[in-house]
Design a protein around this ligand. Structure first.
Ligand SMILES: NC(=O)c1ccc[n+]([C@@H]2O[C@H](COP(=O)([O-])OP(=O)(O)OC[C@H]3O[C@@H](n4cnc5c(N)ncnc54)[C@H](OP(=O)(O)O)[C@@H]3O)[C@@H](O)[C@H]2O)c1
Length: 231
């Protein structure tokens, strides 16, 4: 398939690992897909993925015309865009960028979109997050990011012509891709995780994203995912 990937650079130095977007590019290439990485800093991308057999295009979300031409002929779009923790400022990256991406997809008649979202976006009293997440991490750190991710999911639910999948991930961990099996649930979290720490490595998030692009199973859905050892 011809894939466009947003958010294909990202952190590596502190965590000593690739971002989910870098993993998507690397795994997509290994699977034989035709990949175009749409990034704001192409030089960074060249250092991150040694494979030269893909296109890198510089984009700027404040300029939709920097994006539209690069989606021509693509079969699907994957987004691993992420916002820095900004506890004191409103986060709009996800909605702002998604509106530009959707507009560019429409101009190019592309329907399929898979993007990284998160567990625990809402504080649904019927399915609340763990105590620390609800009362410490969300109020202090991740709340505004979660709010904007929730707004992004709501926006896409109103886009009848976009076949989106929101891949809701728990805490992202470093580490190589595994062959663990995925547990999934349409909801705020996966409950059946056999006492495991709720975390998933970025490489497995990428593996799950790529497994969904040509499947109907999670179209127009928000799916919480985790990887557990095979029995
Ligand atoms: N960290 C967690 O525990 C956790 C848990 C659940 C879900 N998530 C979600 O998982 C996703 C991926 O996280 P990650 O840690 O792998 O990614 P990351 O290292 O934060 O990378 C984010 C990517 O978004 C790009 N980006 C940010 N703002 C941009 C802009 N204005 N224009 C163009 N590109 C922009 C970055 O580009 P640059 O390299 O140029 O900055 C980078 O490629 C995020 O959506 C995050 O919210 C994270």
């Amino acid at each position: 398939m011809k894939l466009a990937v947003f958010g294909a650079t990202g952190r590596t130095v502190l965590l000593q690992c690739c971002s989910a977007g870098v993993e998507v590019v690397q795994q997509a290439l290994a699977l034989g897909h035709d990949v175009t990485a749409l990034v704001r800093n192409p030089d960074k991308m060249k250092d991150l993925v040694p494979d030269k057999d893909f296109k890198i295009e510089k984009i700027d979300f404040s300029s939709p015309e920097s994006i539209e031409p690069h989606l021509q002929d693509k079969d699907a779009v994957l987004s691993c865009l992420g916002s820095k923790l900004a506890p004191w400022s409103t986060v709009t990256l996800f909605t702002d960028s998604m509106k530009v991406i959707v507009s560019a997809m429409r101009k190019n008649s592309i329907r399929r979109l898979v993007f990284v979202s998160s567990w625990y976006l809402t504080d649904d009293p019927k399915d609340p997050p763990p105590f620390l997440t609800r009362w410490v991490f969300k109020p202090l750190f991740t709340g505004r990011i979660f709010q904007n991710l929730a707004e992004t999911e709501q926006y896409l639910q109103g886009c009848d012509d976009i076949d989106f999948t929101a891949v809701r991930a728990p805490r992202l961990l470093p580490g190589p891709v595994t062959d663990m099996e995925f547990r999934t649930e349409e909801g705020e979290q996966v409950h059946d995780r056999e006492g495991m720490r709720p975390g998933i490595c970025r490489a497995d998030v990428a593996r799950f994203m790529l497994s969904t692009i040509s499947s109907e199973e999670w179209v127009k859905k928000c799916v919480a995912v985790i990887a557990v050892p095979k029995k």
